[in-house]
Each structure stands twice: as structure tokens, then as C-alpha cells.
Design a protein around this ligand. Sequence first.
Ligand SMILES: [Fe+2]
Length: 257
Amino acid sequence: MIDTHSHILPNLDDGFETMAQSMDVITLAAAQGVRVIVATPHCCDGVYDCRKSDILAACRDLSAAVARAGIDIRILPGAEIRVNHDLVARFDAGDLLTLGNTGRYLLCELPPMFITQAVLQMIRQLTQRHVTPVIAHAERNPVIMAHPELASDLIFTGARLQVTAGSLTGDFGRGPLKMARTLAQNNQIFCLGSDIHPGRKYRMKPAEKKLNKLMDSADTDEILQKNPEHLLEPSPWRREPFPDRKNTGCDKFLKIS
Ligand SMILES: [Fe+2]
């Protein structure tokens, strides 16, 4: 299982304060069957703007501690980047860290309110640069919750949707739970992340069980293993599979259950 969103690196953002706290969560993640955690501290969100070099250095330190502890988990670098007007310019300037530092997928956090056309334009600009935006916790965004049909627009324009594990277990309330279920039933989830912060529960394994009730185990495996494996694949020569009808959710009538 691969966790594609976490605030596991200590002392960078609103994640954990000490290495010991991070290691406690990593131990828990290993017990839940997680083998890779992508560390994605906040960037460009108006409060935190973690620098690439700091994230890479913190990732090396935490990876060394994990190896010393003999835990079978890889920690990979990444960032959760708040979408704003200069995101593409900052990407072009080389400021932004992609997931796994492969240069291929960028974890983007939409603001609570946004203009759809501007976001679709940003997605187009990134895909023109051969970078795929992954929309972080799409199910928790108020605009998407109010307009679930936007999920298909985002996917067709070239983005992929990430859901937080805790949304599927109801940790974020009824709205995100309903939206996460809808995205799962419409096969619109590309990958899952714990988005682990202090005070939240680590929910990857419980979320897997919830997904298995909503879809085939093969589809769950795509979300938890195959898609993230592809996402973290470093080779620029491996062609990204274009989503088929099933994966865009366009073979089903979008319904809120
Ligand atoms: Fe996050």
C-alpha cells in the first residue's frame, strides 16, 4: 500500500514536531501494510512555503532514522502546493517539488473557493509541460462538494483526484464522506493519502476496507498500489495510460449516495 500524502517530516510545517512522533506514525503505517509514504509538506499556502532543498534534506534524515529502526517503509519527497495565480510560473522556475521528485506529478491543493475556468487553465498549462496535477483531498473541497460534476471536468482536462483516507472513514464529517463515496463509486479516485497531521488518526488500512465495500478489490488495488506505483515511476519514457471510460466515471450517472 502506498500513502501519497502526508505531513510526516518533522519541523517543516504543521506536521509533527519531533522525529520520535514521526517514527511512531511510521511504525503504525507499517503495521497497516503501508510500504511507501510520500512526504508532502505545505508549500505556497500563505503560511508555509517549504523549500525544495529543505524537504529533500528532511526526507534523507527521516529515511535514515527509518532504516536505523529496521522498518520496511520508504519515505519519498513531495509537496502539497496551494493553487494560486503564480503556480505555473513557480513550477517553470524550478521551485516546486513533484511527487517522488520525478518531475511528473504535482500535488495541488485547491483553495476553498476558486474559479473553475482558471483551475482548468492551470491544469492545461501543467499538462502541456508533461506534468499531471493531482488534486489533493478533492472530496473535502467545498466547491467540488457543492458541484460534484466538476470531478469529471477536472479529470477530462488532465488532472487526477486524490482522496484522504480519513474521509472514507467519516473522520471529516458527512459531506466529505458522501463525496468520497461518490468518487469511489464513479471510479474517479486515482490514489489515496493519509494527509496525516498531529491529532488525526492514521486510516490507510480502515480506508482500504471501506473501498473494498464500494468497489472490486482489483479497483481498490489500483488506487492503493498500481496507480501510485505508476505515479512514482521515475522513467520519463513510460507512457501514462490515458484514463478509459471506467476510470473517468463517465460510464455512470454521477449520483450522491
Ligand atoms: Fe495535506
